[in-house]
Ligand binder design. Structure first.
Ligand code: 6PG
Length: 234
């Protein structure tokens, strides 16, 4: 399903409302809400709206926050997805409900540590109630980059990864986890994404060079929240 918004402002408002509605639904159904967040700049505005809506009737202490991916940097680093989210949203959330990717000696050790955290929390393949994802202009999502070995990972839940175009090394949840979520929601904004988004949404099932096109929930729903600029070629 696709929802197209006039501006990133209205997209962020809708994404925050979707978070709240999904959280209320999950908490009513099972007493908890497991959410995997994405990084980058697009979700930041949504986090700020959620922080502003804190008095909305949600049992924030029944929400458990994870990250679909992280840069291989300390949690205090300005590049950290966790730091961006903590600064924008998490100051009121109990620390034992927030599961950042641990920093370690190497990306592989950080990925292994996060995999262990997930195994301690989930008895089987994690099923997030909601998984937010972004999309890069190269078609990456989470930190599943074109050409990365992480794309081929079928058993590990977390993998080290990096973009062939350079940039910081990364840690990412893998397709088996991301595709097992009950709801997956892409947030895509900006004209620079338009060409890639057109290709991703029209990609053949076997398309490997556009990782975002390989997000096909095995039993959940997929929602694209897109602003008009990114949707301009659809
Ligand atoms: C990250 C993200 C990444 C992001 C896309 C889109 O760590 O950068 O998890 O996958 O979602 O790169 O980023 P923007 O929303 O900033 O364009």
């Amino acid at each position: 399903m696709r929802m197209i918004f006039d501006t990133t402002e209205t997209l962020s408002e809708a994404a925050a409302a979707f978070f709240i509605g999904t959280a209320q639904e999950a908490i009513a159904a099972k007493g908890s809400f497991f959410v995997a967040l994405s990084g980058g700049s697009t979700p930041k505005a949504m986090f700020e709206k959620l922080a502003a809506a804190r008095d909305i009737r949600i049992d924030w202490d029944k929400i458990y926050f994870f990250w679909g991916d992280e840069r291989f940097v300390p949690n205090s680093d300005p590049q950290s997805n966790y730091k961006m989210t903590r600064d924008a949203l998490l100051s009121h959330v109990p620390a034992n409900h927030v599961f950042p990717v641990p920093f370690a000696e190497t990306p592989a050790l950080a990925a292994e540590a996060y995999e262990n955290i997930l195994h301690d929390f989930f008895p089987a393949l994690p099923r997030f109630d909601l998984c937010f994802l972004g999309m890069g202009t190269d078609g990456h999502t989470a930190s599943l980059f074109p050409g990365s070995e992480a794309l081929e990972e079928k058993s590990r839940w977390v993998s080290p990864s990096k973009s062939m175009a350079g940039g910081p090394e990364r840690i990412t949840m893998t397709y088996p986890v991301l595709n097992h979520a009950a709801k997956v929601c892409f947030l895509v904004a900006g004209k620079d994404k338009a060409e890639t988004l057109k290709n991703v949404l029209k990609a053949k099932a076997s398309e490997k060079t556009l990782p975002a096109a390989q997000i096909k929930p095995d039993s959940g729903t997929l929602l694209w929240m897109i602003d008009k600029a990114a949707a301009s070629l659809l």
